[in-house]
Design a protein around this ligand. Structure first.
Ligand code: TPP
Length: 645
């Protein structure tokens, strides 16, 4: 039976339990053979089930989890041999979640067949481990640099145990890891960090983009005992791990290896960071001596799921606003000479240039571009410092989820009157297979200045509006935040079918835009929710309910004229994919009331942990057009509650 209905074709029961004693730093021949057998078996399983993420078009990560299998096999053998270890394999690189799903299957918490649903919507196998969601998963991880500090506390609470954490050369770039190392040393915590130093992250090789970064020196400098080992030499790796396990105090093994060793197409390359392509997985298994049909029957029979829906009021073509950001910046830079551009502008990346649109700036305007590490706080502040000069402008970009990390730096940049243009992509929840830890839903946290300062938060609704926003605000002073989604968005259309935002359109900061007038009430929306709201509004109108729609591309500034217009209508509904607790809807009601405007009021946004998958996330949060219509109907039909005595 092909596809995901197939029985899992690799027998997990061939895993052989093994006990290892760290007081013996040399493996016997038998121990070595068993370890190598287990490593190969577990690696094959990881390759097969992560490749289903490729097949169903939901991406994923193969190489990192595959890399750390030798460390995992050794840790399982230590846990088998003694109770003095906390039997959780914490991992600071949550994208290596395949390891945790595999461990769940090994301990019997998940049926192995279920792993073929890797990253499928509602499978409970999302892109990062989420505690409480997946049977057998023992912690949440996914934001780099966030795990070691927490594991320190776990070690403090379990003083009689040795606590392990898998590390990575990407995650170790985060400043929090340095703080965690210092605390572990100061408190003599019995914590052991096993770092996969494969010299690969998303955007390239740390040895090239972050010269001087040296894990051995860094961790030794903090005071840990550190051993660098050959990760693919099991004798060397065991000698190193046994040595740090018998040492009393914080210690690390740095495993040097190529990314995805032994997987021909992706070995040593950044492509190994992502999910393995189907073709490479099939040839990997062929090389490994499996019949070709084994992987092919499964992988070739999984198809990406399409959700055809004909939206009213937006184009069939879609644009990737997160990429358009970079194109729009290039258009501005094209107007300057290279020398002028280099003097005036600095664009800094945090290992996500391919995802947040900076790559095309890197390619076309290398004179302004600084590739940097996974160090969002430091990189943001560097951009701010560049823009400390009144006539210079820093540009910073990462995912919206990590805006939460930079709040304090944003405050200090504001107090230093810096000029920074920030692009936070992957806002909201749409198509976020990476799931909850990657949701970018607290964007309004960026508006954290007092009332006597101003920041500007912009969320363009389509690609033409994105270009217009950047053109207008690029050389404005102060802190400017521009948001985009992971998903593409269509162009907003007028009722006559022409584009609402055309090449003549000029963006005005702080101005709300009336997409459609209405007498029955207004929906206020922005970004990726505007076209969905426009569809919902159009369908209400077809049923005779004359609803209007407002685009609010500047999230945090009140447009007095428009708020009076919508506030004088029977109802206002704010629709967004940001956090319902902290988004526009949580403010708009106050803005109405303080102007003595009292329409019926409702607001909807993201309300719960994600369901994984892509298009499924929006309806799961109750944000699809049908759900918007239900909310519109409820507001337009409900009568005000009678006043209480
Ligand atoms: C705080 C934070 N910043 C950025 C990311 C996005 N991101 C996920 S994995 C990754 C690169 C990780 O490299 P590494 O940990 O060495 O993993 P490997 O490439 O070896 O799998 C980045 C930048 C993230 N998850 N968390």
């Amino acid at each position: 039976m092909p596809g995901t209905e197939s029985p899992f074709p690799i027998d997990i029961n061939k895993y052989k339990k093994l006990k290892l004693d760290p007081s013996k730093p040399q493996l016997s021949e038998e121990e070595k053979a068993t370890l190598l057998h287990n490593i190969q078996l577990l690696r094959d399983i990881i390759v097969l089930f992560t490749a289903t993420g490729s097949a169903r078009g939901v991406s994923g990560h193969t190489g990192g989890a595959y890399d750390t299998v030798p460390e995992v096999a050794i840790l399982l053998s230590l846990f088998e041999g003694s109770e003095k270890y906390l039997p959780i394999i914490f991992d600071e690189a949550g994208h290596r979640v395949a390891t945790q799903y595999l461990l769940s299957a090994l301990e019997g918490s998940l049926p192995i067949e279920h792993l073929l649903q890797y990253r499928a919507a509602n499978s409970k196998l999302p892109g990062h481990p989420e505690l409480g969601l997946t049977p057998g998963v023992k912690f949440s991880s996914g934001r780099l640099g966030h795990m070691w500090p927490l594991v320190n506390g776990v070690a403090m609470a379990n003083k009689d145990k040795t606590v392990f954490m898998l590390g990575s050369d990407g995650s170790q770039q985060e400043g929090d890891d340095a703080e965690a190392a210092r605390l572990a040393v100061a408190q003599k915590l019995n914590i052991k960090v096993l770092v996969d130093d494969n010299d690969v992250t998303i955007a390239g090789h740390p040895s090239e983009y972050l010269k001087g970064y040296d894990l051995q020196k860094t961790l030794e400098g903090h005071g840990l005992k550190v051993i660098t080992a050959k990760g693919e030499d099991i004798d060397d790796l065991w000698a190193a791990i046994s040595s740090i396990v018998t040492y009393d105090g914080p210690a690390a093994v740095i495993s040097k290896r190529l990314m995805a060793p032994g997987i021909p197409d992706i070995e040593g390359s950044s492509h190994g960071h992502d999910v393995i392509p189907i073709k490479s997985a099939i040839s990997y298994f062929k090389n490994r001596g499996y019949p070709e049909s084994m992987a092919a029957d499964i992988l070739n029979n999984i198809k990406p799921q399409a959700w055809p829906y004909l939206y009213i009021g937006s184009s069939k073509e879609v644009g990737a606003n997160r990429v358009v950001f970079g194109e729009a910046v290039n258009k501005v830079l094209d107007t300057l000479s290279k020398e002028e551009a280099a003097k005036k502008v600095m664009v800094i990346d945090s290992d996500l240039e391919g995802s947040t649109g900076l790559k095309i700036i890197h390619q076309k305007h290398p004179e302004v571009f600084v590739p940097s590490g996974i160090m969002e706080r430091g990189n943001f502040s560097a951009a701010a410092g560049f823009g400390f000069d009144h006539d210079k402008f820093g540009v910073f970009s990462t995912f919206s989820a990590f805006l939460e990390m930079c709040i304090s730096e944003i405050t200090m940049a504001r107090l230093n009157h810096c000029n920074v243009l920030c692009h936070f992509s992957h806002s909201g929840v749409d198509e976020m297979a990476d799931n909850t830890c990657h949701f970018g839903v607290n964007n309004l946290f960026a508006d954290n200045g007092l009332s006597d300062t101003q920041s500007w938060l912009y969320f363009p609704a389509d690609a033409t509006q994105m270009v217009a926003v950047i053109k207008r605000v690029f050389f404005e002073r102060g802190l400017r935040f521009v948001f985009s989604t992971r998903s593409k968005v269509p162009w907003i259309l007028k009722e006559d079918g022409s584009r609402f935002y055309d090449d003549e359109y000029e963006f005005v900061p702080g101005k709300d835009e009336v997409i459609g007038e209405g007498k029955a009430g207004y929906v206020v929306s922005f970004g990726d929710m505007l076209y969905r709201s426009w569809d919902a509004v159009a369908r209400c109108r077809q049923k005779g309910l004359d609803v209007g729609l407002i685009n609010k591309p500047t999230l945090n500034i009140v447009d007095e004229e428009v708020i009076r217009k919508v506030g004088s209508s029977p109802f206002v509904l704010v629709v967004e994919s940001l956090n319902q607790k902290t988004g526009l809807g949580s403010k708009f009601g106050t803005w109405l009331l303080e102007r003595q405007l009292t329409p019926k009021y409702g607001y909807i946004g993201a309300v719960k942990e994600g369901c994984g998958g892509l298009q499924e996330q929006i309806p799961y949060q109750g944000l699809d057009p049908q759900s918007i219509i239900v909310k519109i109907m409820a507001l337009s039909h409900s009568t005000p509650a009678p006043p209480t005595a």
